[in-house]
Design a protein around this ligand. Structure first.
Ligand code: BDR
Ligand code: CA
Length: 315
């Protein structure tokens, strides 16, 4: 059984990743969810994830983190996720469960300290909470088995030509986390795109059970951008982290040094992947696992089978 802590900015794809993990309680124990400013404010993201949990009667602790990146104002992703961060789900009832009263960083400190085993962090947003957690409680880094992170890219970005949103939003925090010495698996944009869900596949959820229909509504909004562009599929970015957690063998990857560009005019938040080969790697223990692609068919069948299974649990 693998213990995990989610940190993210739900967010359509964050919610879908969370639900997929919740569909595998025999393999994954979710120990909590901390929210961070990204797609929307951390406060909105907290309401969003609580609303989803309440709808399915799931009760995992949720703690709110930073409402702004470390050194800059938030440049949110309302263009993709709407003002609430989870538009398209407005018709669902508001959350009735209240969040954990602690700040995300204190929640992480208490939870990680109390654990006997190591825990995996699954991050799906800007890295503000994690950077402050590592800086404030450096002795707890050794209890982190690894970070499975949606962020960055091997070659091209979505915010700038070379920068992906989560890294672009808070590059200073990203650099702290990348330099922390904790192992990182990077679900890059390339890996996420290669695992994109077809719009035709998404349509099949419409006639499913409670979980499938919820995911259908979430994807309907989330896929507007793909539809407008005439694409036949949508990259459900954050889902890639949980699929890696459950089935790492589906991925192709390379281990390499990755640094974060903080100040670049055209490259702010770029994950600079050093693919020059082993001769250039000064500290092999500092290399990151860079996911490059995934077996799309197998990812899709794992995902849709999970939803089918969950439809039997929640009526
Ligand atoms: C990332 O940015 C957010 O909008 C998504 O939730 C995902 O974590 C993709 O660049
Ligand atoms: Ca996210």
């Amino acid at each position: 059984m693998r213990k995990i802590l989610f940190d993210g900015d739900p967010g359509h794809d964050d919610v879908i990743a969370f639900l997929t993990a919740a569909g595998h309680p025999e393999e994954v124990e979710i120990c909590g969810f901390t929210t961070v400013a990204g797609n929307s404010s951390a406060d909105n993201c907290t309401e969003n994830i609580l609303k989803i949990m309440d709808y399915l009667n799931l009760s995992y602790p949720v703690a709110t983190g930073y409402n702004e990146p470390l050194c800059r104002p938030l440049d949110n992703a309302a263009k993709f996720h709407g003002e609430t961060g989870l538009d398209g789900c407005l018709a669902y009832p508001d959350a009735f469960t209240r969040k954990d009263p602690r700040h995300a960083v204190e929640f992480l400190k208490d939870t990680v300290s109390a654990m006997e085993d190591e825990v995996t962090l699954v991050t799906m947003g800007p890295l503000t909470n994690i950077a402050v957690f590592f800086k404030t409680y450096p002795h707890l880094r050794k209890k982190i088995r690894e970070i499975i992170m949606m962020g960055g890219s091997y070659s091209s970005g979505n915010m700038l030509a070379k920068s992906e949103f989560n890294m672009f939003a808070d590059p200073e925090s990203a650099r702290i986390v990348f330099d922390s010495g904790v192992s990182i698996v990077l679900a890059t944009m390339e890996a996420c795109y290669s695992g994109a869900l077809l719009l035709t596949e998404q349509e099949t959820l419409k006639n499913g059970g409670k979980v499938s229909r919820l995911v259908y509504d979430i994807l309907k909004y989330y896929s507007r951008y793909a539809l407008r562009n005439g694409w036949d599929r949508t990259a459900v970015y954050d889902l890639t982290t949980v699929v890696y957690l459950l089935a790492p063998d589906l991925f192709q990857y390379r281990d390499m040094r990755v640094d974060i560009e903080v100040n670049g005019v055209y490259t702010r938040g770029m994950t600079v992947c050093d693919d020059r080969g082993p001769a250039y790697i000064e500290a092999p223990e500092q290399t990151k696992r860079v996911l490059l692609s995934v077996d799309r068919e197998k990812l899709a069948s794992l995902f849709f089978e999970t939803l089918k299974k969950m439809d039997q649990w929640y009526i």
